[in-house]
Design a protein around this ligand. Structure first.
Ligand SMILES: Cc1cc2nc3c(=O)[nH]c(=O)nc-3n(C[C@H](O)[C@H](O)[C@H](O)COP(=O)(O)OP(=O)(O)OC[C@H]3O[C@@H](n4cnc5c(N)ncnc54)[C@H](O)[C@@H]3O)c2cc1C
Length: 117
């Protein structure tokens, strides 16, 4: 793909949604977009997320070969927020994860929210 050429991956909820629910457009499926999808679902809204790349997770999805215009953590990046602080109350982090997670663990946690289809 040429730099800055946008493709859009559309992700919607896997939940059966009430026809009367209001649709909410969410741009980007990084940490913020995924949280926004979860909040919409929690409130009975219908999220439709548009992601310009073919993958979800935003900059927490490490790439061996950086892509121009797309941010990415370094291979060694460890998050500086504890798992307790960054967890949702209804989706606590497992005991076996370190308090400060490696970027691969952060990405897996984001994707395991299961808010995408
Ligand atoms: C190297 C680095 C390390 C960091 N470490 C920490 C840390 O340890 N702790 C911390 O709290 N924060 C950290 N941050 C801050 C970081 O910004 C957040 O952790 C978080 O990733 C931000 O999520 P986001 O969804 O806002 O952005 P991103 O993760 O950048 O995701 C944005 C998404 O939107 C998509 N997108 C962008 N434009 C469009 C468009 N026009 N149409 C469709 N899709 C679009 C992108 O492709 C991407 O998937 C770090 C940031 C960087 C750069």
């Amino acid at each position: 793909m040429a730099p800055n050429q946008a493709t859009t991956t559309r992700a919607t909820s896997t939940e059966p949604l009430d026809e009367s629910g209001r649709r909410v457009a969410i741009i980007g499926a990084g940490a913020s977009g995924l949280a926004a999808i979860k909040c919409c679902l929690d409130e009975g809204l219908v999220p439709v997320c548009f992601e310009r790349t073919s993958e979800f997770g935003g900059l927490w999805r490490y790439k061996d070969d950086p892509v121009e215009g797309q941010g990415c953590v370094m291979k060694s990046t460890v998050i500086n927020v504890s798992k307790e602080m960054m967890s949702y109350s209804d989706f606590p982090a497992p005991e076996n994860l370190p308090i400060f997670m490696h970027n691969s663990q952060v990405c897996r946690r984001l994707l395991s929210l299961k808010v995408l289809s």
